[in-house]
Design a binder for this molecule. Structure first.
Ligand SMILES: Nc1ncnc2c1ncn2[C@@H]1O[C@H](COP(=O)(O)OP(=O)(O)OP(=O)(O)O)[C@@H](O)[C@H]1O
Ligand SMILES: [Mg+2]
Length: 816
């Protein structure tokens, strides 16, 4: 107990890359685990210090001699440097321990994720001064045996794939320190969710701040009182020493209680702190009692003897999950689950940068367009003319894509207000269309427009007090409008969701729905005015015609359309629109049996129902503008498909649907209206901070922007979090936009793909992309249609001071 084992401590300093090949990583982690647990307890410690995030390993000198630190360094892409034991861990304001929380459900495991993710997550979440420590020891055979039973029962099968079955599995306990209980809870919560493959539910326990003997004070007082007042009441003949001995016990309780209260008896917390001050983490404890094994629900037959008669009865035994096989603050895990915590590959925060700096192409150091960022070579600019070949922005969540997109919006506002007049600059005749997918960017887009002196219109999909965009506003008959809208729906939901037959039905009911007007509705005799309502959108009438309410209501409305057509014809004033409406749905409603009709309307119905969730958007009572007005009028609009300023929220699926419908109809309008605009020096610039919402189910629209958009004067600045979700065709189209701007990427595959797209025959590696520092980007672009080599810049936060932006961009006069 009192042997102070000689300990050594090593820091994991960054060296080279981390080998993320799962097999290599696992082998190395196992080597470390067996060396580290051979001679006692080893602890891995990650601390957020002033210098950044540092990983340490504290181990018995014996383990160090057997090169355990070296093995760990190898695993996590580091060099192990011997250093001093920290002596201030005991001073952390709050220390907490992770404990098991019984739960029937397994969390989704993160098996197979990139081990370098874990330290990055920690780097992002650990406040300065906080730390997490994982102590490890070998499991005993007994512990393994109980675990196997418990775990097999939990999973319902034996799962030898699970990391905890690895022969190198280790018992761990996790302690963390931070400024407050909340901070420690949050930290340990992040920690467990970051451990790849860890799938148990957990709680956090804080060591007791008083020795439990303090309870002796109330207990002693109670006992004394009971002796004084209670004893004489007992009518038994008690031996004479009863009262004195009870007083003695009460006195003893009081004394120890007072000792507990005044800190003479050291509380668990004080003991722990004393240990941590010497960097001595206690080994993961063992369970005190034998765990009860799990068993299934069952009914057994029992023979009992009742009044001399033998009887068989059924005895029901409830299922039992079994006791957690270890002490509550101990977990059995494969080494790969935890070793990543000390990896120094958490980006800039782990010390020196890995992404090598590259020379900036001299052409891009000239003022040829928006000044985008700085580096060792000076100020880098994007070429204004090259932006007609579109700009692709990629980066992991929270990297700064939206801010960059909005900043470029600001630059275009500036050009509209004070055109600099240089060739290829977009100038005044430039329609701006910004898609905001979350909602929180709307105010910032507005602020950009306003601060640059431009006017902007906000179209907030979820807020009926802002105008909507009329998605049926294409030239032609109702039949043509219906066909157009059906195609928009196919783009949005995919050919699988809307096949040929569904498309035919959709087009028919939309043609009819567009013909419906209030007079027609009012002419329907005996209708239920709450169902067949006036003043509703075509989407609503299409929904009724698809038997959305009931077949009967569908028939009533269809008959109404027919009757109206007949009546007007008989009056000598036939209405061709209503006639066409009826003609379109005759195949559904002219003598068709309800069951046949049901077969035809079933599939398209659900998609219309999705869109109907947004009746206020389609409603005729909402003020509408058309794409034609926006584009031809060179307006600047911000379209918000996210949470509105009023707090209304769109469902994710509705957000996606409406974004894609908008994009499809925008492209239709562009094709109709802007052919040849480049020559006329008229432009439409599209900004979107989440491309995947706009891209519908097929790559064609976004692909068209790159391939044909230029001659239409289209400039697109499109960002996405997860290019891997775009589908191979769209992704390769997107990543080959003339300008590619990449923030750091966590997905290894994507990082690799981006590196490959930066060109230069392997000059850029996946790691260069993974380890970009915050707010740094790689830019690969063109000047005068010549590809420039890629380089890195740091992006200033222009949004923090918009008023100074015009001057920073060389528009000094315009700032007025
Ligand atoms: N160049 C910068 N300098 C300083 N802070 C920045 C910079 N760019 C972005 N930020 C800050 O980083 C945070 C995230 O930025 P932003 O919303 O643009 O990220 P994102 O990549 O669009 O995220 P998401 O993928 O979640 O949409 C914001 O708080 C923003 O203010
Ligand atoms: Mg964003």
């Amino acid at each position: 107990m009192f042997i102070s084992m000689e300990q050594r401590i090593f820091r994991m300093a960054r060296a080279g890359g981390i080998d993320t090949n799962p097999t290599t990583f696992m082998q190395r982690a196992n080597t470390f685990a067996s060396a580290a647990t051979q001679y006692g307890t080893t602890t891995m410690l990650t601390r957020r210090e002033q210098t950044g995030l540092n990983g340490y390993v504290i181990m018995p000198a014996e383990a160090a001699r057997s090169k355990a630190a070296l093995a760990l360094a190898h695993t996590v892409g580091a060099k192990s440097e011997e250093t001093q034991l920290p002596d201030d861990l005991g001073d952390t304001p709050v220390i907490g321990t992770l404990t098991f929380r019984p739960s029937p459900v397994l969390r989704e495991t993160q098996n197979g994720i990139d081990p370098s993710e874990f330290p990055k997550l920690l780097a992002n979440t650990m406040p300065e001064g906080s730390w997490v420590a994982v102590s490890l020891r070998k499991p005993s055979n007994r512990e393994r045996k109980f675990h196997t039973k418990w775990h097999n029962y939990r999973l319902g099968n034996a799962n030898p794939q699970h990391h905890s079955y690895s022969p190198s599995a280790i018992m761990i306990s996790v302690t963390a320190g931070g400024a407050s209980q909340d901070e420690v809870r949050a930290l340990l919560g992040q920690f467990t969710s970051g451990m790849p493959g860890f799938d148990l539910d957990t709680d956090v326990r804080f060591p007791k701040t008083r020795h439990s003997s303090w309870l002796g004070v109330p207990a002693g007082l109670l006992l004394a009182a009971a002796t004084i007042f209670g004893l004489p009441q007992i009518p038994l003949d008690l031996p004479g020493f009863t009262a004195p001995s009870l007083f003695a016990i009460a006195g003893f309780l009081l004394v120890t209680g007072l000792a507990g209260l005044t800190g003479r008896m050291r509380s668990p917390e004080v003991k722990l702190r004393a240990k941590l001050s010497a960097a001595q983490f206690p080994p993961p404890p063992s369970r005190r009692t034998k765990p009860r094994p799990p068993h299934k629900e069952e009914t057994i037959k029992r023979t009992i003897n009742e009044g001399g008669e033998k009887k068989t009865i059924d005895k029901h035994i409830k299922a039992f999950d079994g006791d957690y096989p270890f002490a509550p603050d101990v977990f059995l895990v494969g080494p790969t689950v935890v070793v990543g915590m000390v990896s120094p590959h958490a980006g800039a925060i782990s010390g020196e940068t890995v992404s090598r700096e590259r020379a900036t192409p001299p052409a891009m150091l000239q003022p040829i367009g928006p000044f985008i960022g700085t580096n060792q070579d000076g100020k880098a600019h994007l070429s204004a003319p090259a932006m007609t070949f579109s700009v692709a922005v990629v980066g992991r969540p929270g990297s700064g894509k939206s801010l960059l997109t909005r900043t470029l919006f600001g630059w275009h506002c500036l050009e509209r207000v004070a055109p600099c007049g240089r060739p290829g600059y977009p100038g005044r005749n430039n329609t701006l269309i910004a898609f905001e997918s979350k909602g929180d960017g709307v105010a910032k887009y507005q602020a950009w427009g306003h601060t640059m002196g431009d006017r902007t219109l906000v179209i907030d999909v979820a807020d009926p007090n802002t105008p909507g965009i009329d998605l049926f506003a294409v030239p032609g008959t109702n039949e043509e409008k219906a066909l157009f809208f059906t195609n928009a729906m196919i783009y949005t939901f995919g050919k699988d969701a809307i096949g040929y037959r569904s498309a035919t039905t959709l087009k028919a009911v939309l043609t009819a729905a567009l013909a419906v007007n209030d007079e027609l509705i009012e002419s329907i005799e005996g209708r239920d005015p709450a169902v067949i309502r006036t003043g509703m959108s075509p989407m609503y009438y299409a929904y009724l015609l698809l038997a959305g309410r009931s077949d009967k209501v569908g028939v009533e409305l269809a008959e109404g359309i027919k009757a109206r057509a007949v009546k007007l014809r008989e009056r000598g004033s036939p209405d061709p629109v209503i006639e066409a409406g009826w003609a379109a749905i005759a195949f559904l409603y002219d003598g068709t049996t309800p069951s046949k009709r049901a077969g035809l309307v079933e599939a398209p119905f659900s998609k219309i129902e999705d869109l109907l969730a947004l009746e206020q958007w389609w409603s005729p009572s909402r003020r509408k503008v058309t794409w034609d007005q926006i584009i031809e009028g060179h307006k600047s609009v911000i379209i918000n498909t996210g949470t509105s300023a009023t707090g209304a929220v769109l469902d994710d699926s509705v957000n996606h649907a409406i974004s894609s419908l908008l994009m499809f109809s925008l492209q239709n309008a562009l094709k109709r209206l802007t052919s040849g605009w480049l020559e006329q020096q008229r432009y439409v610039t599209i900004f979107a901070d989440e491309l995947s919402l706009l891209s519908g189910s097929s790559p064609e629209v976004i692909g068209w922007i790159r391939d044909q958009g230029r001659s239409y004067g289209i400039r697109a600045i499109l960002a996405t979090q997860r290019p891997e979700q775009l589908g191979p065709q769209l992704r390769s189209n997107f990543l080959t936009y003339a300008t590619l701007i990449s923030f750091s990427q966590t997905d290894v595959g994507t990082a690799q793909e981006i590196a490959a797209n930066l060109g230069g025959h392997g000059e850029w590696t996946q790691e260069d992309i993974q380890f970009l520092e915050p707010f740094h980007v790689v830019i690969r672009s063109e000047v005068d249609q010549k590809r420039q080599s890629a380089f890195i810049v740091k992006l200033p936060n222009f949004e923090a001071n918009m008023a100074s932006y015009p001057a920073a961009q060389g528009y000094v006069q315009a700032a007025a």
